[in-house]
Design a protein. Sequence first.
Length: 201
Amino acid sequence: MDRMSQRTRLTPEQRREQLLDLGIRLFAHHSLDEISIDVVAREAGISRGLLYHYFGDKMAFREAVVRRAADALVAQTAPPATGEPVERLLASMTAYVDFVDANYEGYVSMVRGAASDPVLREIYDEAFGALGLRIFDAGADFVEDTPAARLMVRGWQAMSEELVLSWKADPAGLSREELLGVLAGSLPVLLEMLPERTRRE
């Protein structure tokens, strides 16, 4: 059965989802700039015009792919519902390292793109914020949700992201388990350093 026969049985929403799934697969090993309309159309076996029909232009497709990737990051790094706080954090950070490892090229370009593209920045900030708020979820037991604690968590997130990306490029002698130990172990230490007056609303 040829691709055209298969395509005609897809609804518009199914076709759009299929193209986004393809975009995510390309995202794993390509920068956003490398995911061109030509590449996607060729991989999908469709015309360039059909891709424009579903997404409007390359930027809109790129933004949709990044949002899908950001949603996947948040979902895949959800911590277990039970367990000790540090164990739950370790599980979440393990999933984060796994995600970056599997999608390194795309993730790096998403981070870089967020520095200059307002839409990508908004998507990135939403995901970054969702990950940080988990620290204050009921049962996290790390620290009360205060402005100072949020500031500390956001700084830890930025440090963790930079550590993981740098480690992926050059492990510098650190094993994966050692990296994860640093990531999960550093947050409680940082929060303990908050002045007592900033730990309560």
